[in-house]
Every structure is written in structure tokens, then in C-alpha cells.
Ligand binder design. Sequence first.
Ligand code: ADP
Ligand code: MG
Length: 416
Amino acid sequence: MNVLIIGSGGREHALAWKLKKSPLLKQLHAIPGSAAISELAVCPAVAQADFEGIRKYAVENKIDLVVIGPEEPLAGGLSDRLTAAGLRVFGPSQKGAMLEASKQFAKEFMRRHQLPTADFQILYDADAAREKIRDNKKYPVVIKADGLAAGKGVRICHDEAQALEAVADFMEKRIFGFSGSKVLMEEFLTGKEISVMALVDGGSYLLLPVSRDHKRLRDNDAGPNTGGMGAIAPVELAAAAMETVKNEVLQRFVDGVKKDRIPFCGVIYAGLMLTPEGPRLLEFNVRFGDPETQALLPLVEEDLLELLQACVNGKLSGQKMETLKETCVTVVLSAKGYPENPEKGKEISGLDAAPADVLVFHAGTRKEAGKFLTGGGRILSVTARAATLEEARKKVYSAIEKITFEGMHYRRDIGL
Ligand SMILES: Nc1ncnc2c1ncn2[C@@H]1O[C@H](COP(=O)(O)OP(=O)(O)O)[C@@H](O)[C@H]1O
Ligand SMILES: [Mg+2]
């Protein structure tokens, strides 16, 4: 098969690495890809936002499967557009992508189909929001911007003043533009968080290893939120929690999209909190997590291409998900200034010094005169696999010691 990956980050590098192992693969392509991905795939000069260019390229190059990595093209309707052109696409429709792009849409879906989630109210304008906040007696309370806000649209508010400030920032100052035209006021939950991803073919799902992301910039969950500074997989769940996740989250999700006639072939990512009352769904994403994917794909023994093909053919039920009984740790190396204002153009050294069984996925690099330079916020995600979490941690951190670039930052407590 000829496969085209859309995206350019660490997640897409890991997808390319995994798909490349498949005996079913003829040629791999990536748009826009990256210098590192171009060692595995053909990367034509087509932009990720150029949907018409992507369609043309896919048709001309007889692409049998398009795999869409990031959320923006999904929310923009790339999947629908390619499907309409007769292409097979792993990545949900624009309607399905609203489960990530609109928190209101997602929460109403959860309520309609009885998925366990925090209580919430939708606030449609600033005056109504202020009134609700003045009536609210319970703190903390969570205020969320409805739309995409690069992980910054959620505030845990400890008193009325903070809640009012969030409303002013989101709805009046519009610090996230149109994303703040509506806000959600949500019940505050407590517990550890997990990421549950499953492949979905519209009618059934296949669970991937459960993982845990580390969102904050610094050790001990300090510092600002980021796209993710590291991940581990698998995360062991108690049997009862696993049953809830399968029966009340994933099965109800699949039944819900079917009932609502939302075309959904792709990954559903459930961000869950393990509360004292059981697992509660915080949010959906509609694509592979980054960096969780880098930590879970090395555990998957199955041929990923065969599984994705089964998804687009509606034949997922009956497929297996065999995984290695080992643990993966992924640590993200980020640039100085990330997430606000990352420095770019620093030379990276030591990439070849990592042992062969440590995977170095490139997230934000470019190549110039044969050398890799930094070119983004998150630069590399380094993954090691071992029999135990402790060993995997040792392995990943000893490999990282050999890699350097000016201003390099990473967390030392991933998986602790
Ligand atoms: N109801 C809630 N109670 C407590 N914490 C929450 C709640 N909703 C979200 N959070 C915290 O905020 C983070 C971001 O919220 P989420 O809904 O996942 O939005 P996004 O990932 O789009 O920023 C979560 O990972 C969690 O730590
Ligand atoms: Mg989240």
C-alpha cells in the first residue's frame, strides 16, 4: 500500500517509524513531514493547510491510505474532503473532530449518551456567565473556553474573583479569539489523569495501551502547561476502572457516534480522571496524543498498517491488539523559552550516540548542511523500552545525557 501521513511532529515521526515496519507498505509519503521523517518517507513540497494540494498529491500518487496526525486539519475538514475524492482516510470527519474542537459539543455528546463526566453549564455571554458565577457557592470551579486554545483555555478557579477574571479574559478580551465566545463552567474533580486511546472504525473500537502524559513544563508538575513533556505506557488500571472505561466510555462513544450519524474512523482519545467515584471523562481528542503515541507504539506488536487498513474498511472487530509486556518512557527535550517563545536554530549534537534500542523521534528539528538544528518548541522525544519502569527511566535518561543543544530543557521526573 501507498500511505500518506499528514503532519510533521514527533507523533508523525513515530507513526512513520511504525508503519515502515509493515510488510504491507509499498511507499510512505508525508505532508509536510520533516527532515527526520524524510529519511523514512517521501516529503513533497505541499503545505499541511493546502487541502487541495494534498488531495491532488494523494490522487496522483495512488495513495491507498491517508493518516491524519494533528487536530487542525481534522477540524478543518480535510478528512471529508479526501473521502469525497474517493480516498481512504484514517482520521474523523469535521463533525467528529468537533468532539475536540468544541468542548460544548463534546460535553453535550457525553450528556446525551451518558458517558461519565463532570457536571457542567454552558455560558453564552459574559453577563450570564457573571450571574452564574455570583450564584455559585462551590470552589474550586473550572472555567473552560469552548474552542481550541492550545491547552491554555482551562482555568481552575479557586474563588469568585478568579472565575470572573477567566470570563473577562475568554469572553471579553478574547485572548483565544472566537474560541472564547462561549465558556463552560464545570464541577471540579480530583484524581490521577490517564490517556486512553482506541482505534475506531465507526462501529467498533480497539483499545491501545493506556498511557499518562506530563503536561507541565517542570518537575513535580510545576510551571506552565505545555503540549506535553513526557509520557509513560502502559499505565495499569484497576479492573473496575477498566470496565468503566470500556463499557461506559468507549462503547458508549462508539454507539453515540453511530446514533448521531457522525462519521468516525480514526483515534478516539479519552482524557480521563480517576476520581474516588470512578473514572470521569475530562475531554476527547480525536487523534493520536503527542507525546503519548511515542510511548505506546513501541509496545504494539501488531502491524499498525493492517490495523489502520481494517479501520478504513470497517473491519476492526475481530482484530487483536497484542502488546509487549514491557514499559516505555518518553521524555521530551524542549527549547529554551518554550512554551512562550522558543529559541530556534541551535545545533543538536549527540543524536548518533543514543544506543540502538533507544528511539529518538524528532518533533521540531530541521537539517542544514548535514546537521540537525532546533526549529520549534518541543525538539525531540526520546523513548526507551525495558522490562520495568525503573529500567526504562534509567535507559532514557542515560541516552539523553549524550544529547545536547544550547538551552535544552527536559523533565527529570517522567514516570516517577
Ligand atoms: N472538571 C475538572 N476538574 C479538575 N480538573 C480539570 C477539570 N477539567 C479539566 N481539568 C484539568 O485541566 C486540564 C485541561 O483540561 P482539558 O479539558 O483536558 O482541556 P485541554 O486539554 O483542551 O486544555 C486537564 O488535564 C485537567 O488537569
Ligand atoms: Mg487535555
